[in-house]
Design a protein around this ligand. Sequence first.
Ligand SMILES: C[S@@+](CC[C@H](N)C(=O)[O-])C[C@H]1O[C@@H](n2cnc3c(N)ncnc32)[C@H](O)[C@@H]1O
Length: 224
Amino acid sequence: MMRPLYPLSTRRGTTTASVPRVETSGPVERRDVTLDTMSAPPEIPDLVASTLDLARQRGFITSTRHETGRLLASLAASRTGTLAELGTGTGVGSAWLSSGAPKEARIVSAELDPALAEDVQELFADVHNVEIVAGDWTTLEQHAPFSLLFVDVREVMESIDVLADLLEPGGIAVLDDFVPSAFWPPIVDGQVDIVRERWLTDDRFAAVEMLIDPDASLIIATRR
Ligand SMILES: C[S@@+](CC[C@H](N)C(=O)[O-])C[C@H]1O[C@@H](n2cnc3c(N)ncnc32)[C@H](O)[C@@H]1O
């Protein structure tokens, strides 16, 4: 079930530039275009909308964007076994993963804040393949190996050795919330982002950074 776009859209940026006009035949006119958003259907899954409702009620402002969510759903559709999320928040990422994952796959997500975890557990009470765990992300180690690991806590990304061991061969890590940088090594606020540099160069992974929005990027790293 899908419902119309949640009013508090996480999409940022506006498309004020004119887009190329494509007629049915003949030359294509291309004007000056700054593409600052992507094309996507406006509907979102009901469960995602419910998690965003919870975010609004709680004043929680660091929820996963729709663009990242759609990517998670798309990757989850190719996965089997157990998928994991580190840092549940109000459950937006889990909801997107669950919207894409096959029915037989299992999703586990850890949230450090016990009260927040309890709210999300209630929200997912009827979603039988998703388990929200209250506690530190390391409590999920018992459920490894993972076919997909959504890492949504900045400090946790530093633990690349531990995270590499949690993934099965061919398993995909998605690391969210980087500030795009046009430099190599990546530089943010005048400093080299050594965590990002390490993920993009570690031999255990085939990794790529992807722009999600003009102001946000993520890393997809597949375990060899
Ligand atoms: C960026 S938010 C997560 C957003 C969420 N993944 C989503 O899809 O909307 C980070 C969350 O991680 C939680 N967190 C912080 N440190 C953690 C830890 N050590 N283990 C588990 N969760 C943690 C925070 O309480 C916060 O809710």
